[in-house]
Design a protein around this ligand. Sequence first.
Ligand SMILES: [Zn+2]
Ligand SMILES: [Zn+2]
Length: 132
Amino acid sequence: MREEAEVICPACHESIPLTVDPDKGSKTWVEECCVCDSPMTVRLLVDEDEEYTISVKEVVEAVDDAEGGDILEETKVTCPACWEIIPLTIDLSAGSQTYSEDCSVCCRPMTVRVWVSDDLDEHTVDVEAESD
Ligand SMILES: [Zn+2]
Ligand SMILES: [Zn+2]
C-alpha cells in the first residue's frame, strides 16, 4: 500500500510530498527535491507494527579533503607601488613561501612573503616592491 508522506528537504527546507510504500519494508534511496532539485537520501524505517518513520539527509558530494585540501586565508596588504590596500588570498596549507603577485589596482608586480607556523595557527604576510 502506498502512502503519501511529507518530508522537509535538507537543502531548501521546503516541505515536499513523498510517496512511500511501507509494505515493502525498510529501505534507503535517493530522491530529488521537487523544489530545489537537490538530491537527498531518504531512509524509510518500518517496524514490526508496520509503523514507519522517514528520515532525510542531504547527499554530500564526495570531497577529497584527505588530499590535504587548501587552507585559504583572505588577507589585505598594502601595495608597495601604489599604496592601495588590496585583498590577497594565501594558501596556508602550502606553508611559508615567497612569490610574485601583480597588484590588482596598478598591475605592478610585488614580492609576497608568507610565513606560516608549523601548526598553521599563525601567519604573517609581507609585501615589497619587486626590484627590477
Ligand atoms: Zn529542496
Ligand atoms: Zn598597486
